[in-house]
Design a protein around this ligand. Sequence first.
Ligand SMILES: [Zn+2]
Length: 415
Amino acid sequence: MTFTQIDYHITHSDQLSRVGYIKLKNGKKIETPINWVGLSVAESSDFQFNAFKKAGVTSFLSNVYDLKYQDKKGIRDDLINRLVDEGLNHKIDSGGFQLMKQQITGKKKFDLNPEIVYEIQKSVPCDIGVVLDVPIGTESREDKVINKIDKTLQNLESYLKIYDNEEDSFTILPVIHGHDIKKLDYAINGLENIIGELPKALGIGSLVPMVKAVKNSSSTGGKKNFVNILMYLRNKLPKTFIHAFGIGGTMAYFAYLCGVDSIDSNGWILKASRGVIQLPGTSDRFLRKKSHNRPYLLTNRKIRGTKKTINEIDLFMKCKCPICEEYCTDGIWSQHDWVRKRDDFDQYTVESRMKRVVHNLWLYQTELKLIKQAIKDKTSIDFIGKRLQNSIYKGLFQEIVKKMDSDQTNLSNFL
Ligand SMILES: [Zn+2]
Protein backbone atom coordinates (compact mmCIF):
# COMPACT_ATOMS: atom_id res chain seq x y z
CA MET A 1 0.00 0.00 0.00
CA THR A 2 1.94 3.03 -1.14
CA PHE A 3 1.14 6.69 -0.80
CA THR A 4 2.99 9.92 -1.48
CA GLN A 5 4.93 10.63 1.67
CA ILE A 6 6.06 14.01 2.92
CA ASP A 7 9.34 14.71 1.16
CA TYR A 8 11.98 15.94 3.58
CA HIS A 9 15.29 17.66 2.84
CA ILE A 10 17.94 18.73 5.33
CA THR A 11 19.97 21.81 4.44
CA HIS A 12 21.84 22.51 7.70
CA SER A 13 22.57 20.56 10.84
CA ASP A 14 24.20 21.20 14.17
CA GLN A 15 24.59 18.17 16.44
CA LEU A 16 21.09 16.64 16.39
CA SER A 17 19.29 19.86 15.37
CA ARG A 18 18.53 20.58 11.76
CA VAL A 19 17.07 23.12 9.36
CA GLY A 20 15.54 21.97 6.12
CA TYR A 21 12.26 21.91 4.29
CA ILE A 22 9.39 19.59 3.49
CA LYS A 23 7.76 19.31 0.10
CA LEU A 24 4.10 18.39 0.03
CA LYS A 25 1.81 16.84 -2.54
CA ASN A 26 0.15 20.17 -3.27
CA GLY A 27 3.52 21.61 -4.28
CA LYS A 28 4.04 23.58 -1.06
CA LYS A 29 7.50 23.86 0.40
CA ILE A 30 7.71 24.64 4.15
CA GLU A 31 10.93 25.42 6.00
CA THR A 32 11.64 23.31 9.10
CA PRO A 33 11.55 23.38 12.08
CA ILE A 34 7.87 24.32 12.01
CA ASN A 35 5.79 25.58 14.92
CA TRP A 36 2.05 24.99 14.33
CA VAL A 37 -0.13 27.31 16.40
CA GLY A 38 -3.37 25.67 17.54
CA LEU A 39 -6.80 27.19 16.94
CA SER A 40 -8.79 28.10 20.02
CA VAL A 41 -12.33 27.03 20.78
CA ALA A 42 -12.64 29.91 23.25
CA GLU A 43 -11.55 32.92 21.20
CA SER A 44 -13.62 34.39 18.38
CA SER A 45 -12.75 33.89 14.75
CA ASP A 46 -11.81 37.55 14.22
CA PHE A 47 -9.70 37.62 17.37
CA GLN A 48 -7.64 34.66 16.20
CA PHE A 49 -7.37 35.86 12.63
CA ASN A 50 -6.11 39.27 13.73
CA ALA A 51 -3.78 37.85 16.36
CA PHE A 52 -2.17 35.38 13.93
CA LYS A 53 -1.75 38.09 11.30
CA LYS A 54 -0.25 40.65 13.70
CA ALA A 55 2.11 38.13 15.27
CA GLY A 56 3.29 36.80 11.90
CA VAL A 57 2.12 33.23 12.51
CA THR A 58 2.90 31.15 9.41
CA SER A 59 1.46 27.73 10.30
CA PHE A 60 -1.58 26.66 12.31
CA LEU A 61 -3.32 23.48 13.33
CA SER A 62 -6.88 22.38 13.84
CA ASN A 63 -8.26 18.98 14.77
CA VAL A 64 -10.98 16.71 13.45
CA TYR A 65 -12.61 16.19 16.83
CA ASP A 66 -13.23 19.92 17.20
CA LEU A 67 -14.36 20.45 13.61
CA LYS A 68 -16.74 17.49 13.74
CA TYR A 69 -18.26 17.80 17.19
CA GLN A 70 -17.65 21.27 18.62
CA ASP A 71 -17.73 23.57 15.63
CA LYS A 72 -21.48 23.35 15.11
CA LYS A 73 -21.82 26.68 13.38
CA GLY A 74 -18.82 26.17 11.11
CA ILE A 75 -16.97 29.08 12.71
CA ARG A 76 -13.59 27.31 12.64
CA ASP A 77 -14.30 26.12 9.10
CA ASP A 78 -14.65 29.72 8.08
CA LEU A 79 -11.55 30.78 10.03
CA ILE A 80 -9.50 27.98 8.41
CA ASN A 81 -10.52 29.21 4.96
CA ARG A 82 -9.57 32.79 5.82
CA LEU A 83 -6.17 31.80 7.21
CA VAL A 84 -5.37 29.51 4.29
CA ASP A 85 -6.38 32.30 1.89
CA GLU A 86 -3.81 34.46 3.66
CA GLY A 87 -1.15 31.88 2.83
CA LEU A 88 -0.81 30.14 6.22
CA ASN A 89 0.08 26.44 6.31
CA HIS A 90 -2.49 24.14 7.88
CA LYS A 91 -2.19 20.76 9.58
CA ILE A 92 -5.25 18.86 10.82
CA ASP A 93 -4.76 16.51 13.73
CA SER A 94 -6.95 13.45 13.95
CA GLY A 95 -8.50 14.08 17.35
CA GLY A 96 -7.14 10.82 18.80
CA PHE A 97 -5.80 12.75 21.77
CA GLN A 98 -9.17 14.41 22.42
CA LEU A 99 -10.84 10.98 22.31
CA MET A 100 -8.39 9.67 24.91
CA LYS A 101 -9.05 12.66 27.18
CA GLN A 102 -12.76 11.98 26.87
CA GLN A 103 -12.22 8.40 27.99
CA ILE A 104 -10.06 9.41 30.94
CA THR A 105 -12.67 11.85 32.22
CA GLY A 106 -15.36 9.23 31.70
CA LYS A 107 -17.41 11.61 29.58
CA LYS A 108 -17.30 9.66 26.37
CA LYS A 109 -19.75 11.35 24.09
CA PHE A 110 -18.36 11.08 20.59
CA ASP A 111 -16.41 8.65 18.52
CA LEU A 112 -14.04 8.89 15.59
CA ASN A 113 -12.93 6.41 12.97
CA PRO A 114 -10.62 6.68 9.95
CA GLU A 115 -13.61 7.41 7.66
CA ILE A 116 -14.78 10.40 9.72
CA VAL A 117 -11.23 11.72 10.01
CA TYR A 118 -10.71 11.47 6.27
CA GLU A 119 -14.04 13.15 5.43
CA ILE A 120 -13.32 16.12 7.68
CA GLN A 121 -9.74 16.53 6.44
CA LYS A 122 -11.03 16.46 2.89
CA SER A 123 -13.73 19.05 3.60
CA VAL A 124 -11.41 21.97 4.45
CA PRO A 125 -8.22 23.16 2.76
CA CYS A 126 -5.26 21.52 4.47
CA ASP A 127 -1.62 20.70 3.75
CA ILE A 128 -1.10 17.81 6.16
CA GLY A 129 -3.69 15.40 7.52
CA VAL A 130 -2.74 13.35 10.57
CA VAL A 131 -3.96 9.75 10.64
CA LEU A 132 -6.22 8.70 13.53
CA ASP A 133 -4.03 7.36 16.33
CA VAL A 134 -4.66 5.77 19.72
CA PRO A 135 -2.40 7.48 22.26
CA ILE A 136 -0.98 5.60 25.21
CA GLY A 137 -1.39 7.17 28.62
CA THR A 138 0.23 6.07 31.82
CA GLU A 139 -0.85 2.42 31.59
CA SER A 140 2.07 0.07 32.02
CA ARG A 141 0.56 -3.26 31.00
CA GLU A 142 2.53 -4.42 28.00
CA ASP A 143 -0.38 -6.10 26.22
CA LYS A 144 -2.55 -2.99 26.54
CA VAL A 145 0.15 -0.77 25.09
CA ILE A 146 0.84 -3.17 22.19
CA ASN A 147 -2.88 -3.32 21.57
CA LYS A 148 -3.04 0.46 21.16
CA ILE A 149 -0.01 0.54 18.86
CA ASP A 150 -1.65 -2.17 16.73
CA LYS A 151 -4.90 -0.20 16.64
CA THR A 152 -3.06 2.90 15.40
CA LEU A 153 -1.46 0.81 12.62
CA GLN A 154 -4.83 -0.72 11.69
CA ASN A 155 -6.29 2.79 11.48
CA LEU A 156 -3.57 3.73 9.01
CA GLU A 157 -4.40 0.69 6.89
CA SER A 158 -8.11 1.56 6.88
CA TYR A 159 -7.28 5.19 6.12
CA LEU A 160 -5.14 4.25 3.14
CA LYS A 161 -8.03 2.26 1.68
CA ILE A 162 -10.15 5.40 1.44
CA TYR A 163 -7.48 8.05 0.93
CA ASP A 164 -7.16 8.77 -2.78
CA ASN A 165 -3.51 9.11 -3.62
CA GLU A 166 -4.34 10.59 -7.02
CA GLU A 167 -7.13 12.98 -6.11
CA ASP A 168 -6.45 14.15 -2.56
CA SER A 169 -4.13 17.11 -2.44
CA PHE A 170 -3.12 16.94 1.24
CA THR A 171 -0.26 14.80 2.50
CA ILE A 172 -0.68 12.15 5.19
CA LEU A 173 1.30 12.11 8.41
CA PRO A 174 1.38 8.70 10.17
CA VAL A 175 1.81 8.56 13.94
CA ILE A 176 3.70 6.24 16.27
CA HIS A 177 3.64 5.82 20.04
CA GLY A 178 5.90 4.17 22.58
CA HIS A 179 7.51 4.96 25.91
CA ASP A 180 10.50 2.68 25.40
CA ILE A 181 12.79 1.58 22.58
CA LYS A 182 11.14 -1.81 22.19
CA LYS A 183 7.69 -0.29 21.55
CA LEU A 184 9.05 2.42 19.27
CA ASP A 185 10.87 -0.20 17.19
CA TYR A 186 7.70 -2.27 17.11
CA ALA A 187 5.66 0.73 15.90
CA ILE A 188 8.22 1.77 13.27
CA ASN A 189 8.46 -1.80 11.92
CA GLY A 190 4.68 -1.95 11.68
CA LEU A 191 4.65 1.35 9.84
CA GLU A 192 7.34 0.19 7.43
CA ASN A 193 5.39 -2.98 6.69
CA ILE A 194 2.30 -0.99 5.78
CA ILE A 195 3.89 1.68 3.62
CA GLY A 196 6.50 -0.59 2.06
CA GLU A 197 9.46 1.65 2.86
CA LEU A 198 11.01 3.55 5.76
CA PRO A 199 8.76 6.42 6.86
CA LYS A 200 10.01 9.72 5.42
CA ALA A 201 7.84 11.54 7.94
CA LEU A 202 6.09 10.60 11.15
CA GLY A 203 4.54 12.09 14.23
CA ILE A 204 5.48 10.90 17.70
CA GLY A 205 2.56 11.03 20.10
CA SER A 206 1.97 10.18 23.79
CA LEU A 207 4.78 12.47 24.92
CA VAL A 208 2.50 14.67 27.01
CA PRO A 209 2.26 12.30 30.02
CA MET A 210 6.07 12.42 30.24
CA VAL A 211 6.40 16.18 30.34
CA LYS A 212 3.32 17.06 32.37
CA ALA A 213 2.79 16.25 36.00
CA VAL A 214 -0.21 13.99 35.47
CA LYS A 215 -1.31 11.09 37.67
CA ASN A 216 1.14 8.15 37.39
CA SER A 217 3.31 10.15 34.98
CA SER A 218 6.44 8.80 36.65
CA SER A 219 5.60 5.41 35.11
CA THR A 220 6.37 6.94 31.71
CA GLY A 221 9.93 7.86 32.72
CA GLY A 222 9.27 11.61 32.84
CA LYS A 223 11.25 14.28 31.03
CA LYS A 224 14.44 12.29 30.91
CA ASN A 225 12.72 9.54 28.99
CA PHE A 226 11.08 12.15 26.77
CA VAL A 227 14.49 13.39 25.57
CA ASN A 228 15.83 9.83 25.33
CA ILE A 229 12.97 8.87 23.05
CA LEU A 230 13.51 11.87 20.80
CA MET A 231 17.25 11.26 20.60
CA TYR A 232 16.68 7.59 19.88
CA LEU A 233 14.25 8.39 17.05
CA ARG A 234 16.59 11.02 15.61
CA ASN A 235 19.40 8.46 15.50
CA LYS A 236 17.35 5.61 14.18
CA LEU A 237 15.69 7.71 11.45
CA PRO A 238 18.21 10.44 10.58
CA LYS A 239 16.50 11.33 7.30
CA THR A 240 12.91 11.32 8.56
CA PHE A 241 10.82 14.41 9.30
CA ILE A 242 9.72 14.10 12.94
CA HIS A 243 6.77 15.96 14.41
CA ALA A 244 6.35 15.92 18.23
CA PHE A 245 2.71 16.23 19.31
CA GLY A 246 1.75 18.38 22.28
CA ILE A 247 5.22 19.77 23.03
CA GLY A 248 5.39 23.54 23.55
CA GLY A 249 6.82 26.06 26.01
CA THR A 250 10.20 25.26 27.55
CA MET A 251 10.00 21.67 26.33
CA ALA A 252 10.10 22.98 22.76
CA TYR A 253 13.75 23.96 23.31
CA PHE A 254 14.49 20.35 24.26
CA ALA A 255 12.60 19.09 21.22
CA TYR A 256 14.70 21.27 18.87
CA LEU A 257 17.85 20.22 20.71
CA CYS A 258 16.99 16.56 20.17
CA GLY A 259 16.41 17.09 16.45
CA VAL A 260 12.63 17.41 16.23
CA ASP A 261 11.50 19.12 13.01
CA SER A 262 8.03 20.24 13.99
CA ILE A 263 6.04 21.08 17.13
CA ASP A 264 2.62 22.41 18.16
CA SER A 265 1.79 25.46 20.27
CA ASN A 266 -1.52 25.26 22.06
CA GLY A 267 -0.53 26.96 25.31
CA TRP A 268 -1.06 30.52 24.04
CA ILE A 269 -4.82 30.41 24.63
CA LEU A 270 -4.61 29.48 28.30
CA LYS A 271 -1.62 31.73 28.98
CA ALA A 272 -3.37 34.76 27.54
CA SER A 273 -6.57 34.15 29.48
CA ARG A 274 -4.61 33.68 32.72
CA GLY A 275 -2.94 37.03 32.11
CA VAL A 276 0.66 35.96 31.68
CA ILE A 277 3.29 37.07 29.23
CA GLN A 278 6.46 35.33 28.20
CA LEU A 279 10.01 36.47 27.57
CA PRO A 280 12.88 34.69 25.85
CA GLY A 281 14.05 31.86 28.10
CA THR A 282 11.65 32.91 30.85
CA SER A 283 8.58 30.97 31.83
CA ASP A 284 5.21 32.58 32.52
CA ARG A 285 5.23 35.98 34.22
CA PHE A 286 2.35 38.04 35.51
CA LEU A 287 2.51 41.79 34.95
CA ARG A 288 2.37 42.57 38.65
CA LYS A 289 2.16 40.88 42.04
CA LYS A 290 -1.14 39.01 42.39
CA SER A 291 -2.89 37.47 45.39
CA HIS A 292 -1.82 33.96 44.23
CA ASN A 293 1.79 35.19 44.33
CA ARG A 294 2.88 33.43 41.15
CA PRO A 295 6.04 34.84 39.48
CA TYR A 296 5.66 38.37 38.13
CA LEU A 297 8.08 40.65 36.28
CA LEU A 298 11.03 41.71 38.42
CA THR A 299 13.97 44.04 37.85
CA ASN A 300 16.30 41.71 39.70
CA ARG A 301 15.39 38.07 39.10
CA LYS A 302 18.20 35.86 40.41
CA ILE A 303 19.84 33.49 37.93
CA ARG A 304 19.92 30.01 39.40
CA GLY A 305 23.24 28.94 40.81
CA THR A 306 24.90 32.33 40.27
CA LYS A 307 25.02 35.74 41.91
CA LYS A 308 23.85 37.44 38.72
CA THR A 309 20.38 38.84 38.13
CA ILE A 310 18.16 39.49 35.11
CA ASN A 311 16.11 42.65 34.66
CA GLU A 312 12.88 41.17 33.33
CA ILE A 313 11.12 44.52 33.07
CA ASP A 314 13.89 45.90 30.88
CA LEU A 315 13.71 42.76 28.73
CA PHE A 316 9.95 43.19 28.40
CA MET A 317 10.20 46.91 27.65
CA LYS A 318 12.73 46.29 24.89
CA CYS A 319 10.58 43.67 23.14
CA LYS A 320 10.34 44.55 19.45
CA CYS A 321 6.98 42.94 18.76
CA PRO A 322 4.29 45.00 16.99
CA ILE A 323 2.50 45.66 20.30
CA CYS A 324 5.50 46.49 22.46
CA GLU A 325 7.34 48.77 20.07
CA GLU A 326 5.16 51.79 20.83
CA TYR A 327 6.23 51.80 24.49
CA CYS A 328 9.95 52.05 23.86
CA THR A 329 11.86 54.09 21.28
CA ASP A 330 15.43 53.15 20.34
CA GLY A 331 15.72 50.95 23.41
CA ILE A 332 14.99 53.82 25.80
CA TRP A 333 12.03 53.77 28.18
CA SER A 334 10.90 55.66 31.28
CA GLN A 335 9.10 54.58 34.44
CA HIS A 336 6.01 56.22 32.96
CA ASP A 337 6.29 54.06 29.80
CA TRP A 338 6.52 50.93 31.96
CA VAL A 339 3.50 51.82 34.09
CA ARG A 340 1.43 52.61 31.00
CA LYS A 341 2.48 49.38 29.30
CA ARG A 342 1.86 47.27 32.42
CA ASP A 343 -1.60 48.75 32.84
CA ASP A 344 -2.43 48.24 29.15
CA PHE A 345 -1.34 44.62 29.29
CA ASP A 346 -2.95 43.75 32.61
CA GLN A 347 -6.67 44.27 32.03
CA TYR A 348 -9.56 41.81 31.82
CA THR A 349 -10.54 43.15 28.42
CA VAL A 350 -10.39 41.72 24.91
CA GLU A 351 -7.97 44.49 23.87
CA SER A 352 -5.60 43.71 26.71
CA ARG A 353 -5.78 39.97 26.06
CA MET A 354 -5.02 40.65 22.40
CA LYS A 355 -1.85 42.51 23.43
CA ARG A 356 -0.67 39.55 25.51
CA VAL A 357 -1.54 37.08 22.76
CA VAL A 358 0.26 38.96 19.99
CA HIS A 359 3.30 39.52 22.21
CA ASN A 360 3.47 35.82 23.16
CA LEU A 361 2.81 34.47 19.66
CA TRP A 362 5.31 36.87 18.15
CA LEU A 363 7.87 35.64 20.65
CA TYR A 364 7.33 31.99 19.56
CA GLN A 365 7.87 33.00 15.92
CA THR A 366 10.96 35.01 16.76
CA GLU A 367 12.49 32.27 18.90
CA LEU A 368 11.98 29.82 16.05
CA LYS A 369 13.75 32.17 13.62
CA LEU A 370 16.64 32.59 16.07
CA ILE A 371 16.93 28.83 16.57
CA LYS A 372 17.04 28.29 12.81
CA GLN A 373 19.77 30.88 12.46
CA ALA A 374 21.71 29.33 15.36
CA ILE A 375 21.51 25.89 13.71
CA LYS A 376 22.81 27.39 10.46
CA ASP A 377 25.65 29.07 12.41
CA LYS A 378 26.29 25.87 14.38
CA THR A 379 25.69 27.68 17.67
CA SER A 380 22.38 26.05 18.59
CA ILE A 381 23.69 24.38 21.77
CA ASP A 382 24.92 27.74 23.09
CA PHE A 383 21.69 29.44 22.11
CA ILE A 384 19.45 26.86 23.78
CA GLY A 385 21.80 26.69 26.78
CA LYS A 386 21.36 30.43 27.32
CA ARG A 387 17.60 30.13 27.08
CA LEU A 388 17.61 27.37 29.69
CA GLN A 389 20.20 28.95 32.01
CA ASN A 390 17.57 30.01 34.49
CA SER A 391 15.27 27.07 34.04
CA ILE A 392 14.75 24.22 36.48
CA TYR A 393 15.76 21.96 33.56
CA LYS A 394 19.28 23.34 33.25
CA GLY A 395 20.62 20.05 34.66
CA LEU A 396 18.74 18.03 32.08
CA PHE A 397 20.15 20.23 29.33
CA GLN A 398 23.69 19.68 30.59
CA GLU A 399 23.11 15.94 30.68
CA ILE A 400 21.97 15.90 27.06
CA VAL A 401 24.95 17.92 25.89
CA LYS A 402 27.28 15.53 27.72
CA LYS A 403 25.56 12.59 26.10
CA MET A 404 25.82 14.14 22.65
CA ASP A 405 29.54 14.75 23.17
CA SER A 406 30.29 11.30 24.49
CA ASP A 407 28.43 8.83 22.31
CA GLN A 408 27.48 8.23 18.73
CA THR A 409 24.51 10.55 18.83
CA ASN A 410 26.47 13.23 17.03
CA LEU A 411 24.90 13.23 13.61
CA SER A 412 26.65 16.20 12.12
CA ASN A 413 28.14 14.01 9.41
CA PHE A 414 24.97 12.43 8.15
CA LEU A 415 24.25 14.93 5.39
ZN1 LIG B 1 6.20 42.29 22.87
